[in-house]
Design a binder for this molecule. Structure first.
Ligand SMILES: NC(=O)N[C@@H](CC(=O)O)C(=O)O
Ligand SMILES: [Zn+2]
Ligand SMILES: [Zn+2]
Length: 432
């Protein structure tokens, strides 16, 4: 029987409200015991003194790029990046080629991930066929094949009528609709946030109202239908405030924010580095503060990376031509420790809620907690360790990070999936 003993770590499990020093015994891929002292000899052991032992992190917003854009990322490289970043489950967006808008593609991704992946992959199906925003994709069939949510991410669902139908259909399977909020007639042609910085830099802007309008629309539809909606990558103070009010009024809405939107402003665009080009764009200091406040008071439920790898040559182009997107899997945890934990925005338990428990709940996954009987998906980090981000050492194929050269706190030491260490200080290569 395969066993693993994790001793002396600070176990953080928001679901059971556990925050203390415990030993964890893993057996046959499951958590067998969590106790103050587990005395066992001849069992492989991880000494976790001074480390944090958390339920495996879950990223509900990842672009894996396969099929179709393997030059940017593959299921293999993307899941390796996820494991390196401490994620044991990721949900991947359907804006691939072909678009994941039918059951066979949902199946394809899961089979490929089982064969080559380092972590668990849960596909998100498209809302509309081909992400065209015209006709609903077969959501029921995709659900049966294993889809965990639906989104046209990359594009907004422009038609309110289609969005209403999507909410109603998804609710029949208790699935959530993830909304990329962007009013395209306002954002079209924009390269960065519209404001003082875009004027100084002479670039066309994307107004914050482009997000605000669509958040308001989705709140209206969620309220009207009584169905669940999840707002992707909230970036504006106005968006956060709308969500806060809607939640108070009992609307079934949840929201996520990305590490780049809580740690960078549009000042980062100053050097015209295309690695700062992302959608929604980096916003103002006021917006960043609102996102931080939203994370703190529970308005924003989830931290998701929106990991969006692109090829070096694509990002090397001038700002105007480079595609939107930032890689995030390997920088998320250090950014969260540095900007949220060390600045007392979140407690460690709240951080685990946002990076594991809440995404599991929103996607109806039986994960996100460390409890006896649960699958042993566990992430062990050193919250004190400081490390410089080096874009040339990422496991992702993407190099497009604006955090290159930054020194951040918090290092992932072990990522354990079903009781197996898939990320160690050294890599245990799977199938190689
Ligand atoms: N965030 C981005 O800038 N890009 C994403 C699309 C998206 O998340 O909307 C991508 O697929 O590249
Ligand atoms: Zn998006
Ligand atoms: Zn995205």
């Amino acid at each position: 029987m395969k066993k693993l003993l994790i001793t002396g770590g600070r176990v953080l499990d928001p679901k059971s409200n556990r925050d203390g020093i415990f030993d964890i015994l893993v057996e046959e891929g499951k958590i067998k015991a969590i106790e103050e002292n587990i005395a066992l000899e001849d069992v492989p052991r991880i000494e976790a003194q001074a480390l944090w032992v958390m339920p495996g992190l879950i990223d509900m917003h990842v672009h894996l790029r396969e099929p179709g854009f393997e030059h940017k990322e593959t299921i293999k490289s993307g899941t390796k990046s996820a494991a390196a970043g401490g994620f044991t489950t990721i949900a991947c967006m359907p804006n691939t080629q072909p678009v994941v808008d039918q059951a066979s593609l949902v199946e394809y991704i899961q089979i490929k991930a089982q064969r080559e992946g380092f972590v668990k992959v849960r596909p998100i199906g498209a809302i509309s066929k081909g992400l065209q925003g015209e006709e609903l994709a077969p959501m029921g069939e995709m659900m049966d094949a294993g889809a965990v949510a639906f989104s046209d991410d990359g594009n907004p669902v422009v038609s309110s009528s289609l969005m209403k139908k999507a909410l109603e259909y998804a609710s029949m399977w208790k699935a959530v609709i993830i909304s990329h909020c962007e009013e395209p007639s306002l954002s079209k042609g924009g390269l960065m946030n519209e404001g003082e910085m875009s004027t100084i830099l002479g670039m066309q802007g994307i107004p914050s109202a482009a997000e605000e309008i669509m958040v308001a629309r989705d709140i209206a539809l969620a309220r009207y239908t009584g169905c669940r909606v999840h707002i992707a990558h909230v970036s504006t103070a106005a968006g956060v405030e709308l969500i806060r009010r809607a939640k108070r009024q009992g609307v079934a809405i949840t929201a996520e924010a990305t590490p780049h939107h809580f740690s960078l402003t549009d000042r980062a665009v100053e050097g015209y580095d295309a690695d700062t080009k992302v959608n929604p764009p980096l916003r103002t200091q006021e917006d960043v503060e609102a996102v931080l406040k939203g994370l703190q008071d529970g308005t924003i439920d989830v931290i998701a990376t929106d990991h969006a790898p692109h090829h070096r040559d694509e990002k090397k182009q001038e700002y105007k031509l480079a595609p939107f997107g930032i890689v995030g899997l390997e920088t998320a945890l250090p950014l969260a420790i540095t900007h949220l934990i060390r600045k007392n925005i979140l407690s460690p338990l709240q951080l685990v809620e946002k990076m594991s428990l809440h995404p599991a709940r929103i996607l109806n996954l039986s994960a996100g907690t460390l409890q006896v009987g649960q699958e042993a998906d566990i992430t062990i980090i050193d919250p004190q360790a400081e490390k410089k981000i080096d874009k040339n050492q990422l496991y992702s194929q993407g190099r497009n990070t604006p955090f290159h050269g930054q020194s951040l706190y918090g290092q992932v030491l072990y990522t354990i999936v079903d009781g197996i260490v898939v990320k160690n200080l050294e890599w245990i290569e799977k199938g190689e």
